[in-house]
Ligand binder design. Structure first.
Ligand code: ADQ
Length: 489
């Protein structure tokens, strides 16, 4: 590694993601208050040794005036964040439109928007243009802050056009791109009008990463079938240039959860919850309220279980915590009312004057409350219809050191590849199967629970977020060195 004054210099890393890991609230013309949101990516990068990371992204607010922009830039600099300013129109077309209305459903096998097909087709091109413009704005900011030797790590489906923009500025920049969602079968990707342009742009990166081998394989197939390029065991080759493609399954900062469980306030909360649900088994769902999470399917399966097992009706409770997201998109509003309606019906059907079978909360819980809930849960239910990885399943396992509860996990979540041997895998579309798994989980012998838990716990505590980030960054460095050696030969 490079040295300065005898000390190894830290690897400089620019992390580029659509959203910065902060929420910004404007307090006055030139004052802002900032709160760091300690998501998985933030704790992953905090734990990486010998890396000096800076974040580049949108702060989630529109700041039309220069005074405000200057003040926000200054405040963010203290948190090692650099803002990209996007105006409302571009956010509407790029973020709500192309990212969340087109790429997100497509990558989760929900297809392109069906309703009002003509209007969608007409606006498709303008949304894609806005997407490219937005990506170019991210690239401009990266370019301004880039120093020779920096590693640039681009994240997610919002920024698929970014690797190409960056390499156009500087072909020597070390560029990696990681996708947090699934990459769908090439037959699905083929339906996307901008299919080739997006693939070519991603291929401009040196290293392209996915959560699972399946997603990596789908990506390589899309490049061979749609672009006619050659797939090799290392990645995709185009006229002698290799783009390395590989799987880097993400993890969590499991120590953070373990530490939280030791805090007196969390212990007290655990006691309260244990008391509150005494005599009943606790089942838990924690999701962003999104169609990919299969929340209605989960609740219907729970209903079927109660229907078929009258003796369990007053002995089990399902806590479903669903944070609303993308609330201005009509499909998400529809989902919210659908879920409310089903929950209301089931509680009306199976509730008593003193107890209801489902507690549904439309909100986010703070970290400590979430840890306490995970710790008192007997059975966690993750029924995603598709999910890149699903970290909720990891977080649940990390908090189950003493209880050794059961995880019911969708086979369509990336996590099924790593926690499959310990979890009960289900097809979330098959409500009968999920209902039967609920019964099996609730009756499972302590021996079997212990064995399954041990497997999952070992995985979650050894494949951490820090390892994930470290592996990606060092692999990116290696890839670039190998490519330089190849061109010299
Ligand atoms: P998400 O779709 O957001 O992430 P997930 O991996 O489960 O899904 O992460 C959600 C995070 O939000 C977890 O840390 C969880 O604790 C938190 N969360 C969810 N509901 C909450 C609630 N009600 N209250 C408080 N916190 C809540 C995307 C992909 C995933 C992929 C991740 C990381 O869709 O497949 O695993 O990125 O790559």
């Amino acid at each position: 590694s490079r040295r300065s004054g005898g000390r190894p210099m830290k690897q400089r890393l620019l992390v580029v993601a659509n959203r910065l890991p902060v929420s910004a609230v404007r307090r006055g013309e030139d004052s802002w208050s900032l709160e760091i949101s300690a998501g998985g990516l933030v704790s992953a990068l905090l734990g990486v040794k010998d890396v000096d990371a800076k974040w580049i992204g949108w702060a989630g607010v529109s700041v039309p005036d220069e005074v405000g922009q200057r003040a926000l830039t200054k405040a963010l600099a203290e948190k090692r964040c650099i803002p990209v300013f996007l105006d409302e129109e571009i956010v509407h077309q790029y973020y709500n439109g192309y990212c969340n209305n087109i790429l997100w459903p497509l990558f989760h096998y929900l297809g392109l928007p069906q309703e009002d097909r003509l209007a969608t087709t007409r606006s498709f091109q303008s949304q894609f243009d806005a997407y490219k413009r937005a990506n170019q704005m991210f690239a401009d900011v990266v370019n301004k802050h880039y120093q020779e030797g920096d590693v640039v790590w681009c994240h997610d489906y919002h920024l698929m056009f970014l690797p190409k923009c960056l390499k156009e500025y500087n072909s020597k920049m070390k560029v990696g791109w990681f996708l947090h969602t699934p990459f769908p079968s090439s037959e699905i990707h083929r339906t996307l009008p901008s299919r080739s342009e997006l693939l070519r742009s991603v291929l401009a990166a040196d290293l392209v990463g996915f959560h699972t081998y399946d997603y990596a394989r789908h990506f390589v197939s899309a490049c061979t079938r749609i672009l006619g390029l050659e797939g090799t065991p290392e990645g995709v080759e185009d006229q002698g240039r290799l783009t390395r493609v590989a799987a880097f399954p993400i993890g969590i900062d499991s120590d953070r959860f373990k530490r939280a469980l030791e805090l007196p306030a969390v212990k007290e909360h655990i006691n309260e919850l244990t008391h509150r649900f005494a005599g009943r088994k606790v089942m838990l769902g924690v999701d962003r309220l999104d169609m990919i999470k299969g929340i209605p399917q989960k609740i219907l399966a729970f209903e079927k279980f109660l229907e078929e097992n009258p003796s369990w009706r007053d002995k089990v409770v399902l806590l479903q915590i669903a944070v609303p997201t993308r609330t201005d998109v009509p499909e998400y509003q529809k989902l919210t009312s659908q879920v409310h309606e089903i929950v209301g019906r089931i509680n009306g059907r199976f509730g008593t004057l003193t107890a209801v079978p489902i507690h549904h909360l439309d909100r986010s819980l703070d970290f400590h409350a979430l840890c306490a809930l995970y710790a008192v849960t007997d059975v966690a239910l993750v029924t995603s219809l598709r999910d890149g990885m699903n970290l909720v399943s990891y977080e649940f396992v990390a908090c189950q050191g003493s209880k050794k509860g059961v995880l019911i996990l969708s086979e369509f979540a990336g996590a099924a590849q790593s926690l499959g041997a310990g979890a009960l895998l289900v097809n979330p579309w098959n409500i009968t199967e999920v209902a039967a798994s609920i019964g099996y989980a609730l009756d499972m012998s302590p021996d079997e629970r212990e064995k399954r838990h041990r497997h999952n716990y070992a995985h979650v505590t050894t494949h951490t977020a820090q390892d994930w980030a470290e592996t990606f960054v060092s692999e990116l460095n290696d890839t670039v060195v190998e490519a330089q050696l190849r061109t010299r030969q």
